[in-house]
Design a protein around this ligand. Structure first.
Ligand code: UD1
Length: 434
């Protein structure tokens, strides 16, 4: 298991390029299952989850060519298996996104139930209720979801009212509805830019989706979908993480290849606490922070609210801000695991259920810490950059799932960070008998 060793205290300076959004790339890759023609995706981030999703597509019988590092040409004309096994789903919940396309195109799908994870229960009941509304028969068998289209072999369009906003739930049902008979309407749909990006790809494939990016999405089902080319949008969470890194280290960064419009709420909030953020052009931000940060309360919300995926990074900012702030997590029930690790580095954080109170500023000191999930590990990297002395972050495989070469990008900006590879233990040779 790799670790990161960080010696903090260096201001980050220079220019960094933002990678494609993992959370958009994953559903777009799943969309390739909807057609026998080739889907070409550009600007895929080079991260572990993309490799996992590729493996899933290949296990199902698809072929994936990589003419360039960030381009995949996916062809699912020979799908022979309709199953996402537990080994894959347990490492990446987004593999449940295979369910909608398989069910819509082949009329059957079997996907292992993801179960809980470090940040909470995370059920997929709303996905399944939606498929039932589309006429599917959905059963739970030995830890798997097994779903069949109605006897006529094709899903039926329906009106779905999500009782809770769900990002992958919206995407899964949108994927399924593209090939359903008739019209579907998704009410209280997730408005995340990644949902709109998926709809863009689907429309290029010949789907008829309107309203993605708003709470009401209408989908007119079509008989079949064809090939398309699509460029994945920039990762708004990586963008936000680099803004936080610049602010925390008192540095000055030019962040390019991003869409500031996708993180307006984050930019507004960070400006409010004292970060200087200027939009140089529609894809470039200039970030610096000369004065002290000031504390401000924050509540996570579905898009366009402040994203839960930036909550851990915001908490680190608050450890360096003047005053007391209250952070309320409304999306996931257990997403403050980083709080106790940050406390070990000297932060003053009090967690009570879904609410955390941070008193700042505190001088952080380096310590050995443990990453518990993707965004929690990003927050520990940020804390390490600002702490005095050495921080050793264990289990960085979490960060490799969603951040492309973060240590390389940070080192190019002047950070003192290195990946420490654990030697693989080789069992000692036993002397042969006799
Ligand atoms: C997606 C993102 C993740 C982000 C999250 C919230 C991807 C691959 N992942 O995760 O990075 O943190 O959105 O912005 O895009 N829920 C149910 N029943 C369901 C589905 C969801 O109760 O059937 C609940 C969840 O437990 C959670 C809330 O709804 O409390 C939101 O979850 P959801 O939006 O579905 O998260 P993901 O799509 O898994």
């Amino acid at each position: 298991m790799d670790k990161f060793r960080i010696t903090g205290g260096r201001p980050l300076k220079g220019r960094v390029s933002i990678s494609g959004a993992k959370n958009s790339a994953l559903p777009c890759m799943a969309a390739a299952l909807l057609t026998s023609e080739t889907i070409t995706l550009h600007n895929l981030p080079y991260v572990r989850d993309i490799i996992t999703q590729r493996r899933l597509l290949e296990d199902l019988g698809g072929t994936v060519l990589t003419p360039e590092l960030r381009t995949h040409k996916i062809n699912a004309s020979h799908v022979e298996v309709f199953e996402a096994p537990y080994e894959l789903v347990k490492t990446m919940r987004a593999s449940v996104l295979a369910l909608g396309p398989l069910l819509a195109r082949f009329g059957k799908a079997k996907v292992s139930l993801p179960g809980g994870c470090a940040i909470g229960m995370r059920p997929i009941d709303l996905h399944l209720a939606g498929f039932e509304k589309f006429g599917a028969e959905v059963k739970l068998e030995a830890g798997n979801v097994v779903a069949y289209a109605p006897p006529e072999g094709r899903l039926r369009g329906a009106e779905i009212h999500f009782e809770k906003v769900t990002v992958t739930g919206t995407e899964n049902l949108m994927l399924a509805a593209t090939l359903a008979r008739g019209r579907s309407v998704l009410h209280n749909a997730a408005c995340e830019p990644e949902v709109a990006d998926l709809a863009d790809l689907l429309n290029k494939m010949g789907a008829r989706v309107i309203g993605a990016g708003t709470p009401t999405i209408q989908i007119q089902g079509v008989e079949s979908l064809g090939g398309a080319q699509h460029t994945i949008i920039p990762d708004r969470i990586e963008t936000g993480t680099f803004i936080a890194a610049a602010a925390l280290t008192g540095g000055a960064l030019e962040i390019k290849d991003c869409y500031p419009g996708h993180l307006s709420t984050v930019i507004e909030k960070l400006r409010e606490i004292g970060v200087e953020i200027e939009e140089l052009n529609p894809t470039t931000l200039e970030v610096s922070c000369r004065g002290r940060l000031s504390a401000s309360n924050m509540t996570t919300q579905p898009y366009p609210g402040f994203p839960t995926d930036m909550q851990a990074q915001y908490m680190v900012l608050m450890t360096q801000a003047e005053g007391v702030s209250v952070i309320d997590e409304t999306i996931f029930e257990n997403r403050f695991m980083h709080g106790s690790e940050l406390q070990r580095m000297g932060a003053k954080i009090f967690v009570n259920g879904r609410s955390a109170t941070v008193s700042g500023p505190s001088a952080l000191t380096g310590a050995p810490v443990l990453a518990s999930d993707l965004r929690a590990s990003a927050s520990l990297v940020l804390a390490g950059l600002v702490a005095s002395g050495e921080t050793l972050i264990d289990r960085v495989y979490h960060i490799d799932r969603g951040y492309e070469k973060i240590e390389v990008k940070l080192r190019q900006l002047g950070a003192d960070i290195e990946r420490v590879r654990e030697p693989v233990a080789v069992p000692a040779l036993q002397p042969l008998p006799g």
